[in-house]
Design a protein around this ligand. Structure first.
Ligand code: C5P
Length: 221
């Protein structure tokens, strides 16, 4: 069973206020992308990796892979305008005979083999996909502008992370359709009636959005 990992790294990361895309902002003296790329490459569960780089940053991404001496990068594609477009571009590089596709945000550097194992396991039990998620600590309100519309039952909510794993054919079908509004892969699979399992997430898989997030993740390294 071959597992292909798509590492989406094409976001601009405007909220970091850096002079370069988020994937190339420094984390412990290396581009952020290096951390997840190295971890995916080292994972015994992953056979090949496709990187979606920001437009104009394909060359630096390839050079980084060479510097890290990673061996599983099969392709580096140009990312799209949205995350979903970047996933679609990377998915086009996955061969027909791949069994499973794992999709991971480069913005979540602290990937572990444990979480990869947790999202892959349900696929062998007939699930179409699996997503790591964390319970919500805060009470969640549905709002319209600054007015509360309602309070949502917290025990029915979970915050989804990546890596997300899917049966390859299911993900391909999901990405053949309309991608509008999709902020993760699972939502597209769910919209087509796919069965997606929630598995235990990892607080250290925090998605880096702000400088404070970057400092926090750096302190965990
Ligand atoms: O924008 P957001 O933080 O949700 O991005 C999540 C992941 O998707 C990041 O790793 C980012 O690099 C990637 N992304 C992408 N192409 C885009 C936007 C985001 O690959 N156009």
């Amino acid at each position: 069973m071959s597992v292909w990992a798509l590492l989406v790294a094409a976001g601009t990361g405007e909220r970091l206020g850096a002079d370069r895309p988020k994937a190339f902002v420094g984390l412990h003296g290396r581009p952020l992308l290096a951390e997840s790329l190295e971890r995916l490459d080292a994972s015994r569960w992953v056979d090949a990796v496709v990187v979606a780089a920001p437009p104009g940053w394909e060359e630096p991404a390839i050079l980084l892979a060479e510097e890290l001496a990673v061996t599983k990068v099969a392709a580096c594609v140009t990312g799209g305008a949205t995350r979903a477009d970047s996933v679609r571009a990377a998915l086009a590089e996955v061969p027909e005979d791949a069994a499973v596709v794992l999709v991971h945000d480069a913005a979540r550097p602290l990937l572990t083999d444990g979480v990869i194992e947790r999202v892959l396991a349900p696929l062998a039990q007939g699930w179409d996909g699996a997503v790591p998620a964390l319970p919500l600590a805060d009470t969640v309100k549905r709002v319209l502008g600054d007015a509360v519309v309602e309070t949502v039952a917290r025990d029915e909510l979970a915050a989804a992370q990546t890596p997300q794993a899917f049966v390859a054919s299911v993900l391909r079908e999901a990405y053949a359709g309309d991608l509008a509004g999709a902020t993760d892969c699972a939502s597209l699979v769910e919209a087509r009636g796919g069965r997606v399992k929630i598995v235990e997430g990892d607080p250290r898989l925090l998605k880096i959005t702000t400088t404070a997030d970057l400092e926090l993740v750096e302190s965990w390294l």
